[in-house]
Design a protein around this ligand. Structure first.
Ligand SMILES: *Cc1c(COP(=O)(O)O)cnc(C)c1O
Length: 396
């Protein structure tokens, strides 16, 4: 789809041009949306050959896709663009982040490798999918230092999130990739986005996104994507074809559009977040603030008072699960995003019942602070106590 280029292009340039390189040649500016479910052809021998080729390697068929579940040209533009941003040869899009993770687990299980090593915390439903063994997989939970010892001959995948949902705990990806040996490392890069971190450069073989979050960026698309090498991409396309977790072409269009502003959105929201971290860290009503070294627009913090009161009290900030939208969202992980995780496991992973997760958007930072300030309410303890609490504020 893309024309050959001479010089490598910077991320900001790829964000607005990748997946669109053929458009001017076609006399188009906006990418076309192809809503076809099927692709007519009088050449059924040729179609048989294309289906055989797909069954052999999962490579995208030359020419039209035959049927919508094999691929879609609009979705392929988004896949091309995301692969370029993550610095991988390929990417495969799915109906949601969970559909993407499911496909990865099925690819490995199909090779007889049903054991997964994972580090907590993970997004609540990812934790649930592994813990419940819904796909016939078995999980060993460990910390990053324990990964090498947890590997078995039948280990098919090592799974980490960094920064992790919801505590923003960070992992040394290069060190973890080294511990994995020949077992593929999957890094969920939903929080950092390729703007702040490109895990493939640090040794991850699979980079997963809930594209529902920053890649879409406007709270109106549910999607997932895996960036990886061509071999794994072929296997993922075959699983997608057989299990049907495809992305709708309209969603592919919206995601491609979302990518074009991704670097600008992430940088602007991160600047807002850094300022809010400073103000929260200095506030006696806040006992802990978590903000990752890599930066970004996600903040986690614990309050001296009841965290449910903060959720009930916000007026400008949207009290809702999910993240990565242009507007600021706040939620209580123990009640919502991580509710499906067993309470003891959740607390053991550092997700305290007092933790609030804030996804900072693009509003004016003083307006955001004014809303947080009123939602945090009046200090419920005498000044001496709050001074002690302030001393406990920790940036991580
Ligand atoms: C939301 C999320 C997911 C799941 O993605 P969906 O698009 O909701 O299926 C996976 N990982 C992380 C880190 C997430 O935040």
């Amino acid at each position: 789809m893309d024309s050959p280029r001479t010089a490598p292009r910077a991320l900001a340039t790829e964000a607005v041009h990748a997946g669109r390189d053929d458009l001017a040649r076609q006399g188009l500016h906006a990418p076309p949306i192809d809503l076809s479910t099927t692709y007519p052809s009088h050449d059924s021998r040729g179609e048989a050959a294309r289906i055989d080729a797909f069954a052999a390697t999962g490579a995208e068929p030359d020419g039209p896709p035959v049927y919508g579940r094999l691929g879609n040209p609009t979705v392929a533009r988004f896949e091309t663009a995301l692969a370029r941003l993550e610095g991988t040869p390929a990417a495969v899009a799915f109906a949601s982040g969970m559909a993407a993770l499911t496909a990865v687990l099925l690819v490995r299980a199909a090779a007889g490798l049903r054991h997964v090593v994972a580090v907590r915390p993970l997004y609540g439903c990812s934790d649930h999918l592994l813990t419940a063994g819904l796909l016939g997989t078995e999980v060993t939970w460990t910390d990053p230092a324990g990964i090498a010892d947890a590997l078995r001959p039948e280990t098919g995948l090592v799974l980490v999130e960094s920064p992790a949902n919801p505590t923003l705990a960070e992992i040394d990806l290069r060190a973890v990739a080294h511990s994995c040996g020949s077992v593929p490392l999957l890094v969920d890069n939903t929080f950092a986005t390729p703007v702040l971190q490109r895990p493939a450069e640090q040794g991850a073989r699979l980079v997963l996104h809930s594209a529902t979050k920053y890649l879409g960026g406007h709270g109106d698309v549910l999607a997932g994507v895996v960036a990886c090498d061509e071999e794994l991409a072929g296997q993922l396309r075959q699983i997608r074809f057989a299990t049907g977790g495809v992305l709708h072409p309209l969603a592919g269009y919206l995601l491609l559009r979302g990518l074009s502003t991704l670097p600008v959105r992430v940088r602007a929201a991160s600047a807002n977040a850094a300022e809010l971290v400073r103000r929260l860290g200095a506030d006696p009503r806040v006992t802990r603030v978590h903000y990752p070294r890599v930066g970004g627009a996600m903040i986690a913090f614990e309050t001296a008072g009841d965290p449910h009161d903060v959720i009930a009290g916000v007026r400008l900030i949207t009290p809702a699960v999910s993240l990565g939208s242009v507007d600021t969202l706040i939620q209580h992980p123990a009640s919502i995003s991580h509710r499906v995780v067993d309470a003891a496991d959740r607390r053991g992973a550092g997700v305290s019942d007092r933790l609030l997760r804030l996804s900072v958007g693009l509003e004016d930072v003083d307006n955001l602070w004014a809303d947080l300030d009123q939602a945090l309410g009046v200090p419920s303890r005498p000044t001496t106590d709050t001074t002690a609490l302030q001393g406990a504020v920790r940036l991580s």
